[in-house]
Design a protein around this ligand. Structure first.
Ligand code: PBG
Length: 333
């Protein structure tokens, strides 16, 4: 295949000379269909509170959740991901609150499905919002115990499904949990509840602001490297995805996103399942902070999201979902 011409017969700038021709030949686009908005929820009434490490992002008490969900509806963002900020009082070693049918996330799911039935809801399956040590699983003999953790996660997933959660998203990185969760969902006739596996979740430094937002940062004494993936590896990602698909995952997530575009692309090219990506809190912060300080232009956001699409992501979990939906409504659709 000879695609190399030569100057002056070939001038690549001819294809860039005006906006319409650039639009005509563009290989990638983004629409609001591609966005998932994470939302932090909290206890109490009449609260919309700022989060220091995440400028522009708030925690909402449930009675105020409609203010953001109305925007999600208005801009036709297909799905939200709910993350609870659990008061310290309700945290313990075993993350017991995760299985409380009246916990914050359960009430949140019910509220969204009742008032905004057309919006999809996804929820993490992991214990970190609920444990006093901030880890995603239970600790036995000083280790995060895989199999004991799964027993709890299966119950957590079933509970969320019962509340009306559409997509169960295990983000805990225990081995074998997808199969067990699928089995339990099916046994209870939740065959239409999907599983989006955070199959490739790196032990990343870029989760810092999120941990602050859900209140697990000060709890966590060490890192999550015994269960989340080593960021020096990529072939391991294939094994993670292969196992999760075999166990019944409908979709897989790569996380973080921007600094793992190589992984998104490889997974997209090698597995024919929907690949989603998470532009995580640290990535959000870097861009948002620079925009607020006028060091970067607003359009940096769209550039970052287009990069996800170019790499092969079908959807992106991003804290910029509303900001960008407002913009692309007119320009890019
Ligand atoms: C919990 C979870 C984390 C994130 C999403 N779910 C943090 C972690 O694993 O420590 C991070 C999201 C972000 O940084 O935006 N398992």
């Amino acid at each position: 295949m000879n695609i190399v011409g030569s100057y002056p017969k070939t001038r690549l700038r001819r294809l860039r000379k005006s906006k319409w021709i650039r639009n005509l030949i563009s290989e990638t686009s983004i629409s609001t269909n591609d966005l998932i908005l994470p939302i932090f929820i909290r206890e109490g009434k009449n609260k919309i509170e700022s989060i220091k490490s995440m400028p522009g992002i708030k925690r909402y008490s449930l009675d105020k959740l409609s203010s953001i969900l109305n925007q999600v509806r208005k801009y036709k963002i297909p799905m939200v991901a709910l993350f609870p900020y659990t008061p310290n009082l309700k945290k313990d070693k075993h993350g017991t609150e995760a299985l409380n049918p009246n916990n914050l996330v359960c009430r949140g799911i019910k509220l969204v499905k009742k008032k905004f039935p057309e919006i999809g809801v996804m929820c993490d399956v992991a214990l970190d919002p609920y444990t006093s040590h901030g880890h995603d699983g239970v600790i036995i003999n000083k280790k995060i115990d895989n199999d004991q953790t799964i027993k709890i996660l299966v119950k957590q997933a079933l509970l969320q499904a019962r509340m009306g959660c559409d997509i169960i998203a295990p983000s805990d990185m225990m081995d074998g949990r997808i199969g067990k969760i699928r089995q339990e969902l099916d046994r209870n006739n939740f065959k239409d509840v999907s599983i989006l596996s955070y199959a490739i979740k790196y032990a990343s430094n870029f989760y810092g602001p999120f941990r602050d937002a859900v209140g697990s940062k000060s709890k966590l004494k060490n890192d999550k490297k015994t269960y989340q993936m080593d960021f020096r590896n990529s072939s391991e990602a294939f094994r993670e995805v292969a196992l999760d698909i075999k166990e019944g995952a409908d979709m897989v997530m790569v996380k973080p996103g921007m600094i793992y575009l190589d992984i998104i692309k490889q997974i997209k090219n090698n597995f024919k399942v929907p690949v989603l990506a998470y532009q995580v809190s640290g990535e959000y912060f870097l861009i948002k902070n620079a925009i607020q300080k006028k060091i970067l232009k607003d359009d940096s956001v769209i550039e970052s999201l287009i990069a996800f699409k170019r790499a092969g992501a079908c959807a992106i979990v991003t804290y910029f979902a509303i900001d960008i939906a407002k913009k692309i409504k007119n320009i890019y659709l």
